[in-house]
Design a protein around this ligand. Sequence first.
Ligand SMILES: Cc1ncc(COP(=O)(O)O)c(C=O)c1O
Length: 473
Amino acid sequence: MNTPLVSALMKYISNQPIPFHMPGHKGGRLFPSFPSYLQMDLTELPGLDNLQAPEGPILEAQTLAARAFRSDACFFLVNGSTSGIHVMMMSAFRPGDKVIIPRNCHKAVWGGMILSGVHPIYVQPEYDEDKCLPTHVSPEALERVIDENPNAAGMVLTNPDYYGLCPRLSEIRNILDRYNMKMLVDEAHGAHLIFHPDLPPSAGQCGADLWVQSAHKTLPALTQSAYLHVGTQERGSGTALSARTAQVHRLMQSTSPSYLLMASLDWARAYMETRGREDLSLLLEHLFWTRKELGKLGIDTMENYSRPELFGIDKTRLVLDVSMHGYTGFEAEEALRKAGLQVEMSDFNRLLLICSVADRKEDFLKLTEACRNLFQNKGNAGKMSRKLTISREIPRQMLSPKEAFEKEKEFIPLKEAGGRICGEPIGTYPPGIPRFLPGELIDAHGLNELLENQAWGAHLFGVHAGNLVSIIK
Ligand SMILES: Cc1ncc(COP(=O)(O)O)c(C=O)c1O
């Protein structure tokens, strides 16, 4: 039989590297040995309830999850936070509503803009030029945007981001409250936060109206499983928002949701309620030790990274800046892979490792050992000594994301794109903030910035083979 994907998976797990990436269950380490997982792959049979109209065990499991994550209502998602972001934007907003959106949000938010038909009011996150790292929107920057757009319906935020950086959610909530605006939070990377007092607060603890969490990223849950929550704050719109969310949730989920995924959401919640605090304490201890050891090698583990716009850092996220060793993050990732460890992601300067309650002490021992071997030899220092130009301008918006989505596109060379309307996000990676978003006018200044960065060897996203970009016809 020709089964290329099955074969690729079999090959991968036959010499599986130590997983410092999602899913958070890390090869199923914390799952109980049920008789057969495949037998549990069932459908809406008697006694098994129905996600589209839950009234039995699914309702009970969602209610327990709402209690654990301190929300009014929880909806199980079987297509990741991506679908949850779509549901929450379609629930909270109506076509044409103005919504404040940081330009470094996840692409699921772009999808949410198309589906909900909102009109984005873009705001730049702060940017750490030395580290080439976008952070978050500061409360002061938000005040300025709201001054110009006091009739916006709400804002979408990320907490924490991929790098574990958390915005000042409570302050932002207070500002939004003054204008009766909704706060929607993409907490895809923060499902574990509520289970340990030494971690930054979860969106639910900061008064979010709606928030989503990818259980599969940081909890022992299967890939694609995620929670969507409706807030506990009494905000007048509470019940109406819950009813609308239930309606949109039904619209956007499969009528045959996987019972394995839903069961793993139930299991992850129960596990974290029972063991989460203790296991997270142990994980934080392992990470404290690991950071100390890596610090001795001269690796910046960013644990004390702070900036005014940040509330704090999720210390379960291990970010290693290897640039002072003369390696790019990409090279270090490759070297660690050869040493039997797989990280989640790398960028030019850094490695990013996702850690969870399923990690073991010996994994961290192997990691420090591999880093010791790697960094005893210096790489080719100073490869990217020149700083890229990353301006903070926001281009003129000619069409809404939905209007831009509906238009026909063509591909043309980047250098000829001046004066045309962007059809697909284009930007420099890192830092990964789009310079132009769909519907925006490609002006000469921004275009030159991209071409200059490219000439210096930076990677541009949204630029296809032959240096072609998608443009509205
Ligand atoms: C910040 C952020 N939001 C949302 C998502 C989408 O989550 P999911 O993969 O569960 O659909 C991701 C995925 O990586 C993410 O990094």
